[in-house]
Ligand binder design. Structure first.
Ligand code: ATP
Length: 477
């Protein structure tokens, strides 16, 4: 599985999906750039989310709030005082770690070694210590379980300390008048502060939701696992506003809906599980993670939280503005409750790569052969079809370009005439293109082409005039 993860990272780089940021300067820790294929895939994932969350639900609307927010926002939300990770340093290697992650790695190791009881007990210990914010207990757990530094192999640890994850910068040109502002660590607060704006201008009636896709920034203590834990990442969040007392019903509904959404991308259901939080964070009365089985174990991809009226009440208190909703059905004013679904786009991207990358053995008795394929759901594939003239002569390229020009308006299409046809098919397999359209001599006679299907590698002959409909059908949701 370590090898599989390495394959994912190198494939992502080799085919233009993900590059380390500013790589010519040796990269920037936990920051990544999406390349020509990656940005297409990412856009398609956003579209999938936006369509299913916003456009298919009459009572959900989308916004796009700024990354900078008034600094009081983060006091009200609790991030200035409480958005911390417990960190610990190893005195020998001088390396810094998240105390809870060191313990989680130990839990994974117990699980791998078949020590399930030990793993369960340690998980409970960890949850208790985190909920109680008990830094001394975290240190004690690390000692009790003989956790060593992955670099130095020693147990020479400092005490556990809190580390605030927000990035701060200055706003204003003059040093004297400059105000400290933060890069938002989550998109949710941009929704809460706009609650009344959207509710009033959109004449929204509870229950209703506000959705948003946008960047978030966290100064993660340690960078690891590729785009799993980044310092700049993207979130897709829904805040669903409801009548107090109905939160458990909506929480269960969203919990089920969101898992279905993941599975609709064609993933293997056994790779997903729920992880219920026994003791949710201070702002929530119920919380669950949707976890995916990455090559390095089950990890959170999406969180669903019943956030109560915590955030709106806090903003009401700090802004001294009434944030209430008049519910005509029960003739009452109240501060709405909220159920949140929050997914990391980059983590979703990684699950999609992990779900899709396969190496297939195509060996026959005569010769050894294999191919690497990204078996994306056609709707999210970066390139929908490649148009390939069989040869570079006799007018085939012109004909192929003519076909491509017609398809370009509706789909992301590639044209490729270099190398033997088999090699070109393989290149498209490696970026996950679901269809290859081959233009050959028969095309010049009867205007038909062959379509080669990525997964089955089967070919069929169809009229070129039907391509738009055929591809449209195949790549739709
Ligand atoms: P973790 O425990 O892994 O740090 P979290 O519980 O802090 O995650 P939330 O605050 O619930 O995460 O954020 C919602 C979603 O945002 C997560 O489910 C995850 O997909 C994504 N996310 C959070 N932090 C990062 C990060 N540093 N890099 C990439 N995605 C992230």
């Amino acid at each position: 599985t370590d090898d599989f993860f390495k394959n994912i990272i190198s494939h992502a780089k080799e085919y233009g999906f993900v590059f380390p940021s500013s790589e010519i300067y040796d990269g920037l820790s936990a920051v990544y750039d999406y390349g020509q294929m990656g940005s297409e895939l990412k856009n398609n994932l956003k579209t999938y989310w936006w369509k299913s969350m916003v456009q298919l639900n009459e009572n959900i609307v989308g916004i796009d709030a700024a990354i900078f927010m008034h600094p009081t926002t983060w006091k009200a939300s609790g991030h200035v005082d409480g958005f911390n990770d417990p960190m610990i340093d190893n005195k020998d290697s001088k390396k810094r770690y998240r105390a809870d992650q060191l313990i989680e790695d130990k839990i994974d190791r117990y699980e791998k070694d078949g020590k399930t009881d030990k793993a369960t007990r340690l998980q409970k210990d960890l949850d208790d210590a985190i909920t109680a914010d008990d830094l001394v207990r975290l240190k004690a757990i690390i000692e009790e379980h003989h956790i060593v530094c992955p670099i130095s192999g020693t147990k020479n640890w400092t005490d556990v300390r809190q580390f605030n994850l927000m990035f701060a910068t200055q706003m204003g040109a003059m040093a004297e008048e400059a105000e400290k502002v933060y890069l938002r660590p989550e998109t949710a607060q941009g929704i809460f502060v706009n609650f009344l704006n959207v509710q009033k201008t959109g004449r929204m009636k509870i229950p209703f939701g506000i959705a948003q896709i946008g960047k978030a920034f966290r100064n993660e203590v340690i960078a690891r696992q590729f785009i799993m834990r980044m310092r700049e990442f993207e979130q897709m969040e829904l805040q669903f506003f409801i009548r107090p007392g109905t939160e458990m019903e909506w929480y269960e509904k969203w919990k089920a809906t969101r898992l279905k959404w993941h599975l609709a991308l064609g993933a293997d259901a056994t790779k997903y599980r729920y992880h219920d939080h026994v003791k949710p964070a201070h702002y929530a009365n119920a919380a669950v993670d949707i976890e995916y089985q990455f090559p390095f174990g089950f990890k959170e991809v999406e969180g669903i939280h019943s956030r109560t009226d915590f955030d709106l009440k806090q903003h009401q208190e700090y802004s001294k503005k009434k944030i209430q909703y008049f519910d005509p059905e029960i003739n009452q004013n109240y501060v709405p409750y909220v159920v949140e679904t929050s997914i990391g786009l980059d983590r979703l991207f990684l699950t999609v790569l992990a779900n899709s990358l396969v190496e297939e053995d195509l060996s026959t008795e005569e010769k050894k052969d294999s191919r690497v394929v990204l078996k994306f759901h056609p709707a999210i594939a970066p390139v929908k079809a490649a148009v390939l003239p069989l040869t570079k002569k006799d007018g085939l390229p012109d004909k192929a370009r003519e076909i491509m020009t017609k398809l370009k308006l509706d789909f992301n299409i590639q044209y490729d005439e270099k190398d033997a046809i088999g090699k070109r098919y393989r290149r498209q397999d490696a970026i996950g293109t679901p269809f290859c359209i081959t233009v050959d001599y028969q095309t010049l006679e009867d205007n038909t082409v062959t379509i080669r299907h990525r997964d089955s590698m089967e070919q069929e002959r169809v009229p070129a005039a039907d391509l738009r409909n055929i591809i449209g059908e195949l790549v739709s949701w």
